[in-house]
Design a protein around this ligand. Sequence first.
Ligand code: TRP
Length: 336
Amino acid sequence: MKQVYLTGITTSGTPHLGNYAGAIRPAIEASTDPETEQFYFLADLHALIKGFSPDDVRRSRIEVAATWMAMGLDTDKAYFYCQSDIPEIPALAWLLSCQASKGLLNRAHAYKACVQENEASGSNDPDKGITMGLFSYPVLMAADILMFKANKVPVGKDQIQHIEMARDMAQRFNHHYGELFVLPEAQVDDSTAVLAGLDGRKMSKSYNNTIALFLPEKQFRKHIMKIKTNSLEPGEPKDPDGNTLFEIYQAFATPEQTDDVRQKYADGIAWGEMKQYLFEHLNELLKEPRDKYAELIARPETIGEILEAGASRARVLSQPYAAELYDAVGIKPMWQ
Ligand code: TRP
């Protein structure tokens, strides 16, 4: 049996260098393995939970899809689709909701963090501002995973609990209705790069310290120049470890190139010079995909066609499987 890898990308915001090094690049590399089956999808229904405007949702769907394509995802091999194009997913989420205990979901980190915030702010309603979408986020995510019988789910550490919840829901369902679900496992790869952002903290849209992947060249350079450094003067030896410029460089360089730059640090390269060096290195790597990205963004209908083709292939699997699951709970055409 082939290993089935599946992961979702929430369409909130514009893909940045950290997204690429941490998630997109490893996924694209893994997708060339003929021994595995890959499902990569835009989690646009999940994006709605975060309260983005319709325009933001629309733009992010296009940007995220174009990024994966420009970076070289083979969309004929991997299943690449929008979650919202697979109506069986929200249908399955309902079946799972009817199995998942509320107590299980009360323990979800994201939900608990919101409750704690409310309590800390002295509100007398611990659920203030919390939608059912946020509360049942892990159920929709379980449906994403179980729908395609994924056994490996590459995610960041913060998502491990969600995969465990998906297992829990699958087990309960299997217990009641027969062994219909494959139990998924989180795959956390400690070797994937976690990049620091402009201010030295983890690059993340929640810290507003990201460098978008496909900025026009001039703006891209400006962002690199903004990366925080310290007050060491040109000529003074500098420590590469823990240095944001170095870490970003390393995430995009060969070991030999990295050793060269280590030497430059020891020799006291000036921060301005190092920034220029990093800019030129990244710019060289991103030039071609940046052009491809621009072409794709200018033709959203092409992106749409590819995603729709991906969804059609995926629905060949999800439609009969959903019918089987409905049948298991007692819902099927009356005359059968
Ligand atoms: N919750 C994930 C995140 O924020 C995105 C996601 C949605 C996902 N559905 C998924 C990841 C299914 C893996 C599998 O990163």
